[in-house]
Design a protein around this ligand. Structure first.
Ligand SMILES: [Zn+2]
Length: 446
C-alpha cells in the first residue's frame, strides 16, 4: 500500500483530545500525505481509500513511554521475583544471550502486540547490544518510535558482554543516533538510555549530561522503582536517586524517568521544579511487587505523567487499554474514587505521552495539520463493550474496552492494521521465528 495514499474516514465519532476536548459525532476525516488535512461534515474529496466508521470511535493512537522490545521473547521466563534478582539472575543473562535474529523477532513480536492494541508510538529502552536490529523492526513495522541502546558500564552481576566502558558506550550511542534519529521522515527518534544508577558510573552520567544538553537528546532511565534498589543507591552514593541525578545536573525537561514509585516529597519537588517527565508502569510495579505510584499527587503538582507497559516479562503483556484501566483502578484505591476522571486517562494515554516525548506538536490529538496516528475502535458489537447510549465515552474506553476492540490502526498516514489484520507484520512468520529463536537463545544462555 502506498504510504502517501489519501484516506477518507466517513461518519466517525471522533474523540479529538484537542485542547478544547472536542468530541464530534458522525463526521468525516481526511488524511493527505500522512497529515490530517480536514475534519468536518460531508467531506467530498476523492480519496484512494475510504473507511466507513459509522458507529465507531476514532481517536489518536496510544503513546507508550516505557517499553523493552528486546524482552518480549522472555515473557513468562522470569516469574515470581523482585526487581534486582529479576534483572541480575534472569533478565540480564537472557538479554546478553541475544543475537541479531533473536532481538529482531523479539522486537517484532512486541510491536505486533502494541499495534494490535492501538499503540502507535513507543519509547523503547533497548539492551546493550544489537540495537540496530530493534530499529530495523521499528522501521519495517511502521510504528512510531524513539529507541536507544541501554547503557551499562558498572555495577554488580553484569554479564560479560554488558560491561562497556564509558567511551565505547557513548560512541555506540552516538553512532546509533546519527544513523536513526529522524529516520523515515521523523517517525524514528533516538534517546540516550542509561539503564539505572546501579549500572552506570558517575563518569557516564557526566558525559551524557554534556551530550544531552549540547545535542538536545532526551535521557530515558529507570528511577526509584524498588525499595532495595533505592537502598543500594544510598549505600553507593550516600544520597537518594533524584538527589543524585540533581547533583549530576541531569534533571530538566529532557529527563524521562520510569517508575518513580519510591519518590518522596523531596524527589517530587525536584521532578516538578525541573520539569522531569514521569513514566508510570502500574502493571509492572504490581507484578514485580515494587509498589504503587500515586499519580494524583504528581498531577496536582502539574507534573506530566504518561504510561508504559514496561517489558513483557514483568507485566506480562503490552496492552495499553489494560494499562490505563489498571492505573485508573489503582488511583481510585489510593485516593477517592474519581479523583482522576476517565477522560484524563485518555489524555495520559495520548497527548500527555506525546508531551513526554516532545512530540505534542506532531501527534497525540486529532487536529488538522497533525500527523495521522489514528485508531478506530468498535465499542458496540460485543458482550463486554455493550453500553447504554447514556454512558460516558471515556469511561467506556478506560474501563470496558479491550485491545480486540481496536479494529484499524493508522500510523503516519499509513494503514498498518485493517479490521484486525496486521498489514506490516506477518504474524505467522513472527510467531514461528520467535519459537525457533528462543529455543536457540536458551541454549546460548546456559
Ligand atoms: Zn523498564
Amino acid at each position: 500500500m502506498n504510504k502517501m495514499s489519501t484516506i477518507l474516514i466517513k461518519n466517525a465519532d471522533i474523540i479529538t483530545m484537542n485542547p478544547e476536548k472536542e468530541v464530534f459525532s458522525g463526521v468525516d476525516l481526511l488524511i493527505e500525505n500522512g497529515i490530517i488535512s480536514k475534519i468536518g461534515s460531508n467531506i467530498t474529496n476523492q480519496a484512494d481509500i475510504t473507511l466507513d466508521a459509522k458507529g465507531k470511535v476514532v481517536m489518536p493512537g496510544f503513546v507508550q513511554t516505557h517499553v523493552h522490545l528486546c524482552q518480549t521473547l522472555f515473557r513468562g521466563l522470569a516469574e515470581n521475583r523482585q526487581l534486582l534478582s529479576w534483572l541480575r539472575e534472569k533478565i540480564w543473562p537472557l538479554e546478553a544471550a541475544h543475537d541479531e535474529n533473536s532481538i529482531y523477532y523479539s522486537s517484532l513480536l512486541g510491536i505486533g502486540e502494541l499495534i494490535s492494541g492501538g499503540t502507535t508510538t513507543v519509547l523503547d529502552m533497548g539492551t546493550v547490544n544489537h540495537t540496530d536490529k530493534i530499529f530495523e523492526a521499528m522501521l519495517t513495522s511502521g510504528i512510531r518510535a524513539i529507541g536507544g541502546k541501554a547503557m551499562m558500564d558498572s555495577g554488580n552481576n553484569l554479564p560479560e558482554n554488558f560491561c562497556e566502558n564509558v567511551e565505547s558506550s557513548i560512541q555506540e550511542s552516538l553512532r546509533l543516533y546519527e544513523k536513526w534519529n529522524g529516520a523515515e521522515n521523523g517517525r524514528i527518534g533516538y534517546a540516550f538510555a542509561p539503564r539505572f544508577i546501579l549500572s552506570c558510573s558517575d563518569k557516564l552520567f557526566s558525559r551524557l549530561k554534556e551530550l544531552s544538553d549540547s545535542l538536545n537528546i532526551k535521557i530515558h532511565t529507570h528511577a526509584c522503582e524498588n525499595s532495595d534498589e533505592g537502598k543500594e543507591v544510598f549505600r553507593l552514593k550516600g544520597m537518594n536517586e533524584f538527589e543524585y541525578f540533581n547533583k549530576m545536573g541531569l534533571l530538566n525537561k529532557n529527563f524521562l524517568a520510569a517508575h518513580c514509585v519510591w519518590a518522596d516529597d523531596n524527589d517530587i519537588k525536584l521532578i516538578k521544579d525541573n520539569n522531569v517527565k514521569v513514566l508510570h508502569c502500574p502493571s509492572s510495579n504490581f507484578k514485580l511487587g515494587s509498589g504503587t505510584l500515586n499519580i494524583v499527587k504528581l498531577l496536582n503538582e502539574g507534573i506530566n505523567v504518561s504510561i508504559g507497559a514496561d517489558g513483557a516479562p514483568c507485566n506480562n503483556n503490552l496492552d495499553m487499554l489494560q494499562e490505563i484501566r489498571t492505573s485508573a483502578l489503582l488511583q481510585n484505591v489510593l485516593n477517592n474514587s474519581g479523583s482522576i476522571d476517565a477522560y484524563k486517562f485518555l489524555e495520559i494515554a495520548t497527548i500527555d505521552g506525546a508531551k513526554t516525548l516532545g512530540l505534542d506538536e506532531e501527534i497525540g490529538s486529532i487536529e488538522a495539520g497533525k500527523k495521522a496516528d489514528i485508531i478506530i475502535l468498535d465499542l458496540k458489537n460485543d458482550f463486554h463493550s455493550w453500553h447504554s447510549d447514556e454512558a460516558d465515552i471515556a469511561s467506556r474506553i478506560v474501563f470496558s474496552a479491550k485491545s480486540s476492540d481496536v479494529k484499524t490502526v493508522i500510523i503516519d498516514g499509513k494503514i498498518v492494521m485493517k479490521d484486525r489484520e496486521l498489514l506490516t507484520v506477518n504474524k505467522e512468520t513472527v510467531l514461528n521465528n520467535c519459537k525457533a529463536e528462543i529455543a536457540r537463545l536458551l541454549v546460548r544462555v546456559k
